[in-house]
Design a protein around this ligand. Sequence first.
Ligand code: IYR
Length: 239
Amino acid sequence: MSFTGFALLFEIAPMCENRSIMYQHVPLDFRRMPPDEQLQASREFLDRMAARRSVRMISPEPFPFELIENAIRCASLAPSGANQQPWKFVVVQDREMKRQIRQAAEAEERESYEHRMPADWLEALAPLGTDWHKEFIEQAPYLIVVFRIDYGFTGEAKTKHYYVQESVGIATGFLLAALHLSGLATLTHTPSPMGFLSSILGRPKNERPFVLIPVGYPAAGATVPAIEKKSIVEVMEIK
Ligand code: IYR
């Protein structure tokens, strides 16, 4: 580091309210695109994303681990409250662990579908045809279990994390987009309750399961429900 850099960080950097040192501010790395290139990029991304679906029939066919790692690198670039990056992405490739996760998820889901979910919830789900069977958990070459980190530590003391739900939600969106653009199918699965994931995966107390994402190629002949998305006029309002 140059002397100036050193001086900025350790000597003359202004202090934040909590007395920690402020970041040095550096020029933004930004390339101004010509408008037609902007439109082309925007339309291409929209087209690719329009083909993304939640897939429940996943092939065990392997694929390079780098696709998983790059997608997690991408997810971890998401903005987060106070840049606390309150997430952990646990990748499960171990067969036995996947078996245990499926067994526990199916036990909870069976209980939910048969006893816990109220009639109006079951009614809302009925058109999708989901039930407690979760074969995709064992079929998928990899599961990514996203954990939210509710608080951190400064030594022994707990540090509050801000906007955890929002931050992890955004990171999960980045993750799903990256996997889709890498030619892989995903499902955002939330077996309920999800506490078993913490014990099977040996996570610490400050982490809580957020979503379980099986990743793989779609199984041969995979089908998806013919759902429709809301139109732009339904989702956008201009004032
Ligand atoms: N967790 C259950 C139920 C379920 C709930 C919602 I909301 C969905 O969009 C889909 C399913 C399951 O995974 O089957």
